[in-house]
Design a protein around this ligand. Structure first.
Ligand SMILES: NC(=O)c1ccc[n+]([C@@H]2O[C@H](COP(=O)([O-])OP(=O)(O)OC[C@H]3O[C@@H](n4cnc5c(N)ncnc54)[C@H](OP(=O)(O)O)[C@@H]3O)[C@@H](O)[C@H]2O)c1
Length: 243
């Protein structure tokens, strides 16, 4: 697929990784729906940056915890830009709650945002893409999904891998569904890295550095351009998953 002129929805695109993916799509000529939950100002800035590149952009607000808002998000993209051809499931929550303290509402919230919303968006996308119109789904995952200290996050990211592969079958042959499993790219918002490197206990893997936003965007663009990769996980983690 050539992303030029295609309609792309990036969830959680106001800031951080999502913003850089939206900008890469805008730079490639895609017409980008910049979704946000709370970061309205940052989403407007992302959209302005895309427009300054000469590409079309809109912002759309939705709380992904609520299915009706997820469906409204997809409808808003359809009404303003057209059927979603590229879906980037970037938005996610990452709460630091271990097994002992995890309550069922927190479990449900992780599943709603991290798994159900990507599923509902894919389902609507399937309805929106008529005939053999091509499409791409790219979901952002994590190099490590068994995480006792972020218990629900890890479980939902494991489920997201299952969703990625199941969508690759359910939406074949015109839609390819893949995921990018990230290593350390940006520190989580609840962790400060404002300390000397030797005081930070993070194993960065063989690459021994954090990844860059451009390296993530490059992997996304490769998956968009290559139509023969589907159901795949691309680790963008400096080799951390093999250590
Ligand atoms: N950063 C890393 O190094 C790293 C490492 C491994 C995996 N990943 C994965 O890569 C993706 C992006 O990472 P990130 O660190 O940039 O993510 P993040 O900052 O933790 O979250 C991205 C966005 O998700 C949105 N979001 C969360 N809950 C929402 C809700 N209920 N409704 C609507 N939007 C909601 C937020 O949008 P608003 O701000 O607009 O509310 C937020 O800006 C995630 O899927 C993450 O799991 C990242």
């Amino acid at each position: 697929m050539n992303p030029n002129g295609k309609v792309a929805l990036v969830t959680g695109a106001g800031r951080r990784v999502g913003r850089s993916l939206a900008l890469a799509l805008g730079d490639a000529g895609a017409r980008v729906a910049v979704h946000y939950g709370r970061s309205e100002q940052e989403a407007n800035e992302t959209a302005s940056l895309i427009e300054s590149m000469g590409s079309q952009a809109i912002t759309v607000q939705a709380d992904l915890e609520h299915p009706e808002q997820v469906k409204q998000l997809a409808a808003d993209v359809l009404n303003n830009l057209g059927p979603i051809e590229i879906l980037v499931n970037n938005a996610s929550i990452f709460d630091k709650v271990g097994m002992n303290d995890l309550q069922s509402d927190e479990w449900d919230r992780h599943f709603a945002i991290n798994v159900r919303a990507p599923f509902l968006l894919a389902q609507v996308m399937k309805h929106q893409l008529t005939g053999d119109t091509p499409g791409k789904i790219i979901s952002l995952n994590d190099w490590r999904t068994a995480r006792p200290t972020r218990f629900a996050y890890g479980i939902t990211k494991t489920a997201l891998s299952g969703l990625t592969r199941t969508l690759a079958l359910a939406m074949a042959p015109n839609v390819q569904s893949n995921e990018i499993a990230l290593g350390a790219i940006l520190p989580p918002v609840d962790i400060s890295l404002n300390r000397p490197r030797n005081e930070i206990n993070i194993n960065l893997g063989p690459a021994d550095r954090m990844g860059t936003l451009n390296e993530v965007a490059d992997a996304m663009m490769m998956l968009i351009k290559n139509d023969f990769i589907t159901g795949e996980t691309i680790n963008v983690d400096g080799g951390r998953h093999i250590q």
